[in-house]
Design a protein around this ligand. Structure first.
Ligand code: RIB
Length: 304
């Protein structure tokens, strides 16, 4: 099985702030950095650090050499990353003192993924291969349909959730990874009836799917064609939660494709996410497999 991640590459402009700016408020940042990011790029690096061989497809702008180099440095194949006119994707991130964030993205080059380019890349992949998607590039629904027609398995991390998502052909997807906000929106729940209810509604709607619902400080719930699993969290100091979800997704898929059971993949992905929040930066925070193994030996998971 070959793994293709068709996803965004962003320059993350990170502003350290005391607290997230409220509506109408102007605040000063104590530090500004431009870091490597994008949910697609972060997940490719996580997959590779978890030991998977991964091909990244996407687009960068004239300022994107640093993004391609970051993928190469992590051992990701970059032959399907296009260079287009204009700027690369960007994210403006407020990083608060408690490690929480807000993110505003601008698609830039990520919005230049055409149906023709998707056809061209997917023609190199075949039945039994795996396509990984997030929701930060253009023509995601087309990529799902095109991959499905070729018998390619599809995993999607449906982030960020946007109005068009409700029209995506999600019944063609094999693995769905969402957080509680995305899951509640997709399940048409307000979240008040609890995580199990969200998961159960998603399972009713997509009974064939492996569904992963990450629920922040409460860990993760999962339903694999009717079989349910839960995994807790590691109590660690949170420095920056940016990229922790991408780290989790990349490790989860990498371990599954390397033959781990669902509970084992959840455990390793949770360890990787637990390390990611203790470091700054979306891509810079992603641990190696050895670091994850060591963390797993030295830490105990807790359940609320
Ligand atoms: O998930 C974190 C990522 O979301 C950031 O790197 C940012 O670029 C946005 O895509």
């Amino acid at each position: 099985m070959r793994i293709l991640n068709f996803g965004s590459l962003n320059l993350d402009i990170v502003f350290d702030v005391d607290h997230i700016a409220r509506e109408g408020e102007t605040i000063a940042s104590s530090r500004r950095e431009v870091l490597i990011g994008g949910k697609g790029l972060n997940q490719s690096i996580a997959l590779s650090r978890a030991g998977a061989e991964v091909y990244h497809a996407g687009a960068v702008g004239v300022d994107g050499a640093v993004l391609v180099q970051a993928l190469k440095d992590a051992g990701v194949h970059t032959r399907y990353v296009q260079k287009v006119e204009g700027p690369s994707g960007q994210a403006v991130i407020q990083l608060a003192a408690d490690g929480q964030n807000t993110i505003i993205t601008h698609m830039g080059a990520n919005g230049c993924i055409s149906k023709a380019f998707i056809d061209e890349v997917l023609s190199d992949f075949t039945r039994g291969d795996l396509l990984i998607l997030q929701n930060e590039i253009s023509n995601v629904p087309y990529a799902i349909e095109r991959a499905s027609r070729s018998g390619i398995q599809i995993a999607i991390n449906l982030a960020p959730i946007t109005p068009p998502v409700f029209e995506y052909p999600l019944d063609l997807v094999d693995i769905l990874i969402v957080n509680e906000t995305e899951g509640a929106a997709l399940a048409e729940e307000n979240g008040e009836s609890g995580y199990e209810s969200i998961l159960s509604k998603l399972h009713q709607r997509f009974p064939h799917m492996l569904i992963v619902l990450t629920v922040g400080k409460d860990g993760v719930l999962c339903c694999d064609r009717g079989q349910s699993y839960r995994y807790g969290v590691y109590r660690v100091p949170v420095i920056d939660s940016t990229g922790a979800g991408d780290t989790f997704s990349g490790f989860f898929i990498a371990y599954l494709t390397r033959g781990s059971s669902v509970p084992e993949a959840l455990e390793y992905a949770s360890c990787a996410g637990g390390i990611a929040v203790t470091k700054k930066g979306a891509a810079a925070c992603i641990p190696t497999r050895d670091e994850v193994e060591a963390f797993r030996r030295e830490n105990t998971v807790s359940y609320i």
